[in-house]
Ligand binder design. Structure first.
Ligand code: ADP
Ligand code: MG
Length: 242
């Protein structure tokens, strides 16, 4: 029998006001891989991610991590028990805590153990010398690196990222995408990254799941999807890439 993928989502459904905004979405993400959930605004990406995180309840479907049920007919694990790291658009740093305390916030373990982990994570994102600074003293890109360090500090098995670069200056984005990808790969989590930008998915994904009107219409390696889009709409969506 083959090993279970780190994250396995099967047949997720969610409606609002009688409309299915997530309609039978399935994903499999192995440890150490990045799946980009890519699609236009309103297609159901964030709702899918919120269900995996456990802050939105599916009407149907199952979510497993390493074979263990996080949500389904056989059980439900609350968000804090899922071993999931989050970077959401509106997931800001704590303004009243310095960088080191932001990264260490809520970490389990003794004082010296937490301090060592914070040091390790700050080094990994190149932010060691900012440890005593406060969020308002940092640029957007620096804040983003701290948020990444914070999300990965507890060693999550799964990392969910919702448009994490959308607030950043466009000139900085490619560099930060590459840095983020390197840190994610080193951490080895299964990553689901939501984006509406094809260029971002092309740059970061091992696999792209192309979403439209609540459904995944195509999935595959970035190069394959780019070269053989499933239909004209998918082709048009990718044609904006420069
Ligand atoms: P995306 O992240 O792809 O832009 P969302 O998952 O945020 O899309 O939203 C999908 C659809 O569901 C949108 O039409 C949105 O307006 C609707 N929606 C999302 N959350 C709610 C909610 N809590 N109540 C009502 N409608 C919602
Ligand atoms: Mg969204």
């Amino acid at each position: 029998m083959s090993e279970s993928p780190r994250l396995e989502v099967h047949g997720l459904v969610r409606s609002f006001a009688g409309r299915r905004v997530v309609d039978d979405v399935s994903l499999q993400v192995p440890a150490g891989q990045v799946t980009c959930l890519l699609g236009p605004s309103g297609c159901g990406k964030s709702t899918t991610l919120r269900m995996i995180a456990g802050v939105e309840t599916p009407e149907a479907g199952e979510i497993r991590a390493d074979g263990r049920v996080l949500h389904g007919a056989d059980g439900h694990v609350p968000p804090e028990g899922r071993g999931i790291g989050l970077m959401f658009q509106d997931f800001a740093l704590f303004p009243h805590l310095d960088v080191a305390r932001n990264v260490g916030f809520g970490l389990a373990g003794g004082r010296s153990e937490v301090a060592a982990r914070v040091d390790e994570m700050l080094a990994r994102v190149g932010m060691t010398r900012f440890a005593a600074k406060y969020p308002h003293e940092l640029s957007g890109g620096e804040q983003q690196r701290v948020a990444l360090a914070r999300a990965l500090a507890p060693r999550p098995r799964i990392m969910l990222m919702d448009e994490p670069f959308s607030g950043l200056d466009e000139r900085l984005r490619d560099g930060i995408r590459d840095e983020t990808l390197a840190v994610l790969k080193e951490a080895g989590a299964a990553v689901v990254l939501v984006t509406h930008e094809p260029a971002e998915a092309m740059r970061m994904a091992d696999e792209i799941a192309l979403m439209r009107d609540g459904r995944i219409v195509q999935r595959g390696a970035p190069y394959n999807i780019y070269n053989a889009p499933v239909d004209r709409e998918a082709a048009a969506f990718f044609s904006d890439i420069n």
